[in-house]
Design a protein around this ligand. Structure first.
Ligand code: COA
Length: 186
């Protein structure tokens, strides 16, 4: 198979249907439609400022998508700037080819440039650990809804501004679209 070119770029409004198709494919039939509906809502939800939306594109189609939305920590007198990485998806036949890695690295780079201090994620601990994410609950940063104890390590944080966590503890509040317990199970 010839290796096609892959680029990471900002999503455009006309990508919407293709983005939803990426999530349906990556997450499978049952979960995929739930996630696609959530992404559709998140992209229209101003409370999450969904402006960091990246796609991975080959010559012929979109094969990956990553979305960052805003978060705030309560109580937080210092108003730390934070984001939540959710969701991330790569289509089945292109998984384990470094596409998720490229999307994450590009997003973290942009957030660093913007001066964002913390990034949260609820996902595979072994996957996100390699990008510098650490279990957040043990550091005093609780998820919007309690994560089942057996999945506690899946709620993770990465410090883009070193030292932030030393003076910032509390509960992470997410955008309206993500603010439902069903999305906080892992
Ligand atoms: C999880 C997902 C986003 C990873 O994207 P990907 O493009 O397949 O992953 P990458 O190729 O960038 O993986 C980078 C490294 O992580 C490893 N890795 C991939 N998926 C992993 C997982 N679930 N757990 C642990 N490590 C994983 C890869 O083997 C690779 O290691 P290497 O660099 O030593 O080869 C993708 O598989 C996916 O969309 N899955 C279905 C949807 C999903 O579950 N999304 C939720 C993410 S929390």
């Amino acid at each position: 198979m010839t290796q096609d070119r892959l680029q990471i770029r900002a999503a455009a409004e006309q990508d919407r249907d293709s983005i939803l198709a990426v999530h349906r494919n990556a997450f499978g039939q049952a979960e995929g439609s739930v996630i696609a509906k959530l992404v559709d809502e998140m992209l229209d939800d101003a409370s999450g400022d969904p402006t960091l939306s990246l796609v991975a594109e080959t010559d012929v189609q979109l094969v990956g998508h990553l979305l960052m939305t805003s978060a705030r920590i309560e109580p937080d007198p210092g108003q730390v700037s934070a984001r939540i990485l959710a969701p991330l998806a790569v289509v089945h036949n292109r998984q384990r080819q470094g596409i998720g890695r490229r999307l994450i690295q590009a997003a973290l780079h942009q957030l660093t440039q913007q001066g964002v201090a913390l990034v949260f994620v609820l996902g595979y601990p072994d996957y996100y650990r390699q990008f510098g994410f650490r279990p957040a609950g043990a550091l005093g940063l609780q998820a919007s809804y309690p994560i089942p104890p057996q999945n506690a390590d899946a709620w993770m944080v990465k410090e883009l501004t070193p030292g932030t966590i030393n003076h910032c503890q509390g509960t992470v509040r997410c955008s309206n679209a993500l603010d439902h317990p069903k999305y906080w199970i892992e």
